[in-house]
Design a protein. Structure first.
Length: 206
């Protein structure tokens, strides 16, 4: 798992640039302490999943639950869709968000849970820059092929969100959304911009 292209698929992570999403201000802002507590929970769940000894399908199902409960999926979905999100109906966005969540879990979960036999993820620090809380963590993973690998993971949480949810992940300088914001429009382009067709196809992708 040392190839940089392979690392992109770990934990749905991905490029070096900081991605700022247009999260509308909420009535209650998320604090740095809340962001760190959120990532502590994410790290604990991912550690439990990778050490569970379950089948890949079972682990992917649990991984989708992490996205559902702890990621800001509506913001993620609108961001990766780009301009298409502005013309989509509320019902389309809801269907896309649900289908895309499963796509993410399959796409990245197969590599994560297929490539490692165990490991631990621990939060090491947190800082705020502008409206973004960045929570640093270290993943020490046991490769199925033998040996261990250290991965530096940064989780980003908007301070403007009304409740703590992560919207981005960066591992060893590879930025999740820098990849997804290129790949999802490409999937749409193949389908001539037909969002409903993409929604229908997503369950078979990833």
């Amino acid at each position: 798992m040392t190839d940089p292209l392979t690392r992109r698929t770990v934990l749905a992570l991905g490029g070096a640039a900081l991605v700022t999403l247009a999260t509308p201000p909420g009535a209650h802002a998320t604090t740095l302490t809340q962001a760190r507590t959120l990532v502590d929970a994410v790290a604990a769940e991912l550690t439990a999943i990778v050490n569970s000894g379950g089948t890949t399908a079972q682990m992917i199902d649990r991984f989708e639950g992490v996205f559902d409960r702890l990621a800001d999926m509506p913001v993620i979905a609108r961001s990766v869709l780009g301009p298409v999100a502005r013309t989509a109906s509320a019902a389309q966005l809801a269907r896309f968000t649900s289908a895309y969540r499963g796509y993410l879990a399959r796409k990245y979960g197969r590599t994560l849970f297929g490539g490692y036999s165990g490991g631990e993820i621990a939060v090491t620090g947190a800082a705020t820059s502008g409206t973004v809380h960045s929570v640093q963590s270290v993943a020490r993973m046991q490769r199925r092929s033998g040996g261990t690998e250290r991965l530096d993971v940064v989780w980003q949480v908007s301070s403007r969100s009304p409740e703590p949810r992560f919207f981005n992940m960066i591992i060893d300088g590879v930025n999740f959304f820098a990849i997804e914001r290129e790949e999802v429009p490409a999937l749409l382009e193949v389908r001539r911009g037909d969002l409903d067709r993409l929604i229908a196809d997503l369950p078979g992708l990833g």
